[in-house]
Design a protein around this ligand. Structure first.
Ligand code: ADP
Ligand code: MG
Length: 763
């Protein structure tokens, strides 16, 4: 914290003031409950609606009291004081920190209803499809009580269902579906084709996952058509390069750099002057880089497999083939070429947007999560959001043990099995959090060898996972799962029906074991938070080895000495502190990557705003017709015989075609520029400044070019009663589009771990 101590103190005191204020509002609400309880449903709903003044909730105590009574009547849940406080903070636009199991679903629905009553449309953003459906159905009776409408959108929703759902007051949906629909909506040529309507508020569940961990994941809309340039020659040239002499790999194995010697060798083989010349920097050099990346950093059977003549990505965090995921297009082609396969038709990227850019489009963003405090920095820097900490309804009874540290991975793994067996022997349920599916499976096997029955969550589908994890707190259960699996599902002691609650509580509640510390303390805490729900007893314990990734990466340049016991265990405060240090280093690295990457994305996000405005003008007015007619009055006169609406739509189709076409080109170009930009650092230019300079120039050209080309098309293309015959002129929109997430999340350590719920709507 250092120099910013004063800042944190100031932040702390506002939080306290806010808490005091909301506590007094909640107390006042209590006083009103008897009065409101005496009302019938219709009068109660009217009383709550009556608290709205000037587009906001005016009488907050009455609002909360009314919602409490309605919640009791419709859901059988009487909100706790802390839940009411949380609702107030959400209505102020904060991210609230509220522990797992404290009832954030109800809090979110109450706040969403509050926003909706003031006339705002709310998207409640869930981490997966299953939770979108579950929460919408669970909370429907409460939201509808006030005459508001509620719906969910999931991967399975049809176009018609989506259109209806998005017009509801409160929409539950995973962020991926919202993003894909947004991208598709940016391809329409007539307003009547719109699926989404704008929302005013994003209320994000598990806010740190969406807003921080997956912030930089791009959602992509691609279309069939377009050609892949021949990459074979470049792959062949790159295959002659040797590590160290011709290229170097950075310490973390994330990036590969061509050396001067390497560049010379490529230039010689390809017979070109300079890779860094204007002619080659945006084209050949980019492809050389991609080929080098494919050669040096991507390992067959680790990062991808080859099956049926195709490259299939392996999802590292889930340890199996990631269906319908691709690397960014050029890289996919480079890997195919490296494997000697047919280079697939790339499918042209029509548009893409990162989750961060998507979320920043909402006028109001608020959210809830069990782990917000550790993300305070990111939430403030990237979204201007403030974190409010909500107390637990009941005091935490979980015991967090100190880490168990071992010298080697093998010793650690043995100790983990030993400890689970030990706890299991008492009947206490154990939930083990691993870092990937491979680890989960190895551990399950080791446990089964010792006769312990294990439930492994293997991410087959969210609903199935939810069912398994709901039982993880039952007597004698051992459940092994990766970080994200089963999030959002309540783990009750004694099973989902809590039949054996007291017996399990007696045994110590749920024991959570982490097989390694994560790259941020926040992720550790997400796992710990699974135990000790609503005042239940519980235990959390992490194992660490000096061979773990976090130690290798975070403590890379440091010498440590330790005296392990015979079983490899190291009990030393100094080493424990060293582990904490390593985690702080990896945390810092992630924050730095996030800032850097966002600097690149921010400009494109700004450009997209300008583009959106232009698109809206073209869709909603006769701008297209007016501009084209002005440029070519003669052509306009030739079309006099056509009805005005036909002429306007024809002009719209022409303008939008070229605008979208140019935007797609722009994205591809900027991607390429970014790939090659670090090489310009060699030429002593600051990469980000250089990137900005090129992006601004190119964007300006884009706007002009789009109108010029539209103008040419307007002059040439046949325009009939049926509109502009663009396809005949070779200006064809893709016949089909599909959506995917680029799996190269810069914030994911292993290169290609991905969030679940990839969209694959071919339509
Ligand atoms: P979170 O999202 O904070 O982890 P959930 O919304 O999944 O928590 O709720 C956890 C459990 O608490 C659910 O079983 C829910 O029914 C219960 N719950 C929530 N609010 C209340 C309340 N006011 N009174 C009783 N039970 C509640
Ligand atoms: Mg939840």
């Amino acid at each position: 914290m250092g120099a910013f101590d004063w800042f944190w103190k100031a932040m702390g005191s506002t939080t306290e003031r806010n808490n005091k204020k909301s506590k007094s509002v909640v107390a006042a609400a209590h006083e009103l409950i008897p009065e409101l309880s005496s009302l019938d449903d219709a009068s109660l709903a009217a009383a709550v609606r009556g608290t709205v003044a000037d587009g906001a909730i005016g009488d907050k105590p009455r609002f909360l009291a009314g919602l409490s009574v309605a919640s009791e009547r419709r859901l059988g849940l009487t909100p706790f004081n802390v839940q009411n406080q949380a609702v107030l903070r959400l209505l102020e636009g904060d991210v609230i920190q509220m522990a797992t199991g404290e009832g954030k679903t109800l809090v979110g629905a109450m706040a969403a209803a509050g926003y909706a009553l003031t006339g705002k449309r709310v998207h409640v953003i869930t981490v997966n499809n299953y939770l979108a459906d579950r929460d919408a159905e669970w909370m429907r009776p409460l939201v509808e009580f006030f005459g508001l409408t509620v719906a969910s959108v999931t991967e399975a929703s049809t176009r018609e269902e989506r259109i209806a759902a998005y017009r509801s007051d409160v929409v539950y949906a995973p962020v991926t579906e919202i993003g894909f629909d947004h991208l598709r909506d940016n391809q329409i040529t007539n307003r009547s084709q719109t699926v989404q309507v704008p929302a005013d508020v994003a209320l994000v569940d598990e806010a740190d996952s969406v807003l921080v961990d997956e912030a930089l994941v791009p959602l992509v809309l691609a279309g069939s058509e377009g050609s892949q340039q021949a990459t074979g020659q470049i792959t062949a040239a790159v295959s002659h390069l040797e590590e160290e002499e011709h290229y170097t790999i950075d310490g973390e194995g994330r990036n590969v750099f061509l050396t001067d010697k390497g560049a010379e060798k490529i230039e010689r083989i390809l017979g070109i002057d300079s890779l860094y010349s204007d002619e080659h920097i945006g084209t050949t050099l980019v492809r050389v880089n991609l080929a080098l990346h494919a050669k040096a950093l991507l390992v067959r059977d680790v990062h991808y497999i080859v099956a049926d003549g195709k490259v299939a990505l392996v999802d590292a965090s889930r340890g199996r083939v990631a269906e319908l995921q691709r690397w960014p297009d050029g890289l996919q082609a480079a890997v195919e070429s490296k494997e000697g396969l047919d280079v697939s038709e790339g499918g042209r990227i029509l548009d893409s947007i990162t989750l961060q850019a998507l979320m920043r489009r909402y006028p109001t963003v608020c959210g809830m999560t069990g782990t917000a405090v550790e993300a305070t920095d990111q939430l403030r820097t990237f979204y201007g959001l403030h974190v409010s900490v909500i107390d637990r309804a009941q005091e935490l009874q979980r015991f967090d043990e100190a880490d168990r540290i071992y010298a080697t991975m093998a010793e650690k793994n043995e100790a983990i099995v030993e400890e689970i067996a030990h706890i299991h022997a008492t009947g206490q349920p154990v939930l083990v959090g691993t870092h990937d599916v491979a680890e989960s499976e190895a551990l399950a096997e080791a446990l089964e060898e010792r006769g312990i029955e294990v439930n492994v969550l293997n991410a087959k589908n969210d609903a199935e996972e939810a069912r398994i994890i709901a039982e993880a707190g039952d007597t004698g259960r051992v459940t092994v799962s990766t970080q994200m699996a089963g999030r959002g599902t309540d783990i009750r002691l004694g099973g989902a029906d809590e039949a054996d609650h007291d017996e399990v509580a007696e045994l110590g509640g749920l024991a959570v074991i982490g097989t390694a510390r994560h790259r941020t303390a926040r992720l550790d805490n997400q796992l710990r938070g699974r135990a000790g729900r609503q005042g239940d007893p519980g235990l959390s314990l992490f194992f660490v080895s000096l061979e773990d990734d976090i130690v290798k990466v975070g403590g890379a340049d440091e010498q440590i000495t330790a005296q392990p016991a015979a079983d490899g265990r190291i009990e030393s405060n100094r080493i424990q502190q060293f582990i904490e240090h390593c985690q702080r280093v990896t945390e810092g690295q992630l924050l730095e990557i996030h800032s850097q990457t966002w600097k690149y994305n921010k400009l494109l996000a700004d450009h997209r705003d300008i583009l959106d405005e232009r698109r809206a003008a073209l869709l909603d007015t006769d701008t297209a017709w007016r501009e084209l007619a002005e440029r070519n009055p003669q052509r306009a006169a030739e079309l006099d015989h056509l009805p005005q609406d036909v002429k306007e739509q024809a002009a719209r189709d022409i303008m939008l075609f070229h605008l979208d076409d140019e935007w797609s080109e722009h994205l591809a170009l900027m991607d390429d520029v970014r790939e090659s930009i670090h090489l310009r650092a060699i030429a002593r230019e600051t990469p980000i400044d250089e990137f900005h300079r090129i992006a601004v120039r190119e964007f300006k050209d884009l706007a002009n070019r789009a109108v010029d080309k539209a103008s040419e098309t307007f002059a040439e293309v046949a325009i009939t009663e049926d509109g502009a015959q663009l396809a005949d002129a070779g200006w064809k929109r893709p016949s089909s589009t599909w959506t995917y997430m680029v799996s190269d999340n810069p914030l994911a350590g292993s290169g290609n771990s991905v969030i679940s719920g990839i969209g694959n709507i071919f339509r």
